[in-house]
Design a protein around this ligand. Structure first.
Ligand code: SF4
Ligand code: SF4
Length: 63
């Protein structure tokens, strides 16, 4: 389990209209910045959906 990020919609943390909100908003620290790309730590994400609801680019979804 873990959310997936559509790289055609997310252009990276620096380009994010909300400054990488998906990383900031995750209470479980399951999203991290790896070389300017948001990256989900698979075994840390229970798909709570918070980042999905808040991503300004609607780039995050459940598989
Ligand atoms: S909030 Fe959305 S657009 Fe911003 S870095 Fe995260 S996935 Fe990309
Ligand atoms: S779905 Fe929830 S737990 Fe998973 S990365 Fe997004 S905010 Fe974090």
């Amino acid at each position: 389990m873990a959310v997936i990020i559509d790289t055609t919609k997310c252009n990276g943390v620096n380009a994010c209209p909300e400054g990488g909100l998906c990383i900031e908003i995750c209470a479980l620290n399951a999203m991290e910045n790896i070389e300017d790309r948001p990256s989900v730590i698979e075994n840390a994400c229970p798909e709570c959906g918070l980042c999905i609801l808040n991503c300004p680019n609607e780039a995050i979804s459940k598989p």
